[in-house]
Ligand binder design. Structure first.
Ligand SMILES: C[S@@+](CC[C@H](N)C(=O)[O-])C[C@H]1O[C@@H](n2cnc3c(N)ncnc32)[C@H](O)[C@@H]1O
Length: 302
């Protein structure tokens, strides 16, 4: 059924340590070794201890990176709202009314962004949970934007794992001001208007246009499913584009030699929002490209 309903956001904390353990794919139980007497036992427990210390270090490092990224996002948001001179002294009630008006306006004339949720079947419960969190952050960013997008969630089936997780994790999900349908985005938009954003596209996104619909793949890359969104876009014969990372960013020295251009949907959306506000990819990437991905904005571009 193609019901399109209008759906308010609130951030909930993520689980801490157990989530980190999962992230590192640590099977704590697997480390419980059969007890053998004497030297073997001592060797085993030494190894277990060493591994445990190694995990603990990794978990601590990961936590600290997350904390830094969270602080950076918070600081960015504070700087952004400080720069919107109209807001400072409005009461919460007035701000809520302004936000609502803006979102209503966006539903009439805003730039369009859709999250394609058709690929969730192959995702684990943890990935589904992450995706629900990313949808909440994406919506939260849209609410705070001075010129929000008209948002669409497509292929979201009532009663599905993602739907239930959105209800569980995202306060007021049913009142989010966005269009939600259990049908495909192809039933809403004509093929020629669609630009499927995928990190594996050949062409870089140059600009964001009012007569186009930008589609994000509702995927969380924990068990990395390479090129899934590119394949889907190709199957549907729709245009694809990637963020212009190669054009505006360079690799930075990083001891782990870790480089990734694959972002979470809310991170891509923050970059798009900033680009639409400033017309500058440099500014958008500088502000919202996550620091832990190994890239920085090129000097000459900034
Ligand atoms: C975590 S990524 C999924 C990556 C996944 N391996 C895939 O098949 O695309 C979730 C979505 O965010 C968007 N995305 C992430 N990084 C992007 C980039 N560098 N350029 C364009 N879109 C990106 C894409 O829409 C992608 O489907």
């Amino acid at each position: 059924m193609d019901h399109i309903s209008s759906h308010l956001a609130c951030d909930l904390p993520l689980n801490g340590v157990s989530e980190d353990m999962d992230l590192l794919h640590i099977d704590v139980e697997a480390e419980v070794v059969d007890t053998k007497p004497g030297r073997d036992e001592a060797l085993c427990s030494k190894n277990v201890l060493r591994k445990q210390r190694h995990w603990e270090k990794q978990i601590a490092a990961k936590k600290s990176r997350r904390k830094e990224e969270k602080q950076r996002r918070k600081q960015n948001r504070e700087e952004e709202s400080a720069s919107t001179a109209e807001i400072p002294h409005f009461t919460k009630r007035v701000m809520k009314a302004i936000t609502r008006e803006r979102l209503i306006g966006a539903q009439a004339t805003g730039l369009k962004l859709c999250v394609d949720l058709s690929m969730t079947d192959s995702m684990s419960d943890k990935e589904i949970s992450r995706l629900a969190g990313q949808l909440r952050r994406l919506y939260g960013s849209n609410r705070k934007a001075s010129r929000p997008f008209h948002l669409f969630l497509t292929d979201l089936k009532e009663g599905s794992r993602l739907y239930k997780e959105c209800l569980r994790m995202n306060d007021g999900f049913l009142n989010y001001m966005m269009d939600v349908t259990d049908g495909s985005f192809l039933s809403l938009f004509s093929t020629e208007t669609i630009v499927y954003l995928t990190p594996d596209a050949e062409s870089a996104l140059e600009t964001v246009e009012a007569d186009r619909v930008y589609v994000l793949g509702g995927l969380v890359d924990e068990s990395i499913q390479k090129k899934l969104s590119l394949s889907r876009a190709r199957e549907l014969s729709v245009c694809t584009a990637r963020l212009p990372i190669d054009e505006y960013m360079v690799k930075k020295n990083n001891p782990k030699n870790f480089y990734s251009k694959i972002l979470a949907i809310n991170q891509v959306f923050d970059i798009l929002l900033k680009f639409c506000n400033t017309g500058s990819w440099t500014e958008a990437l500088q502000m919202w490209f996550p620091q832990g991905k190994g890239y920085v904005v090129a000097q000459e571009a900034s």
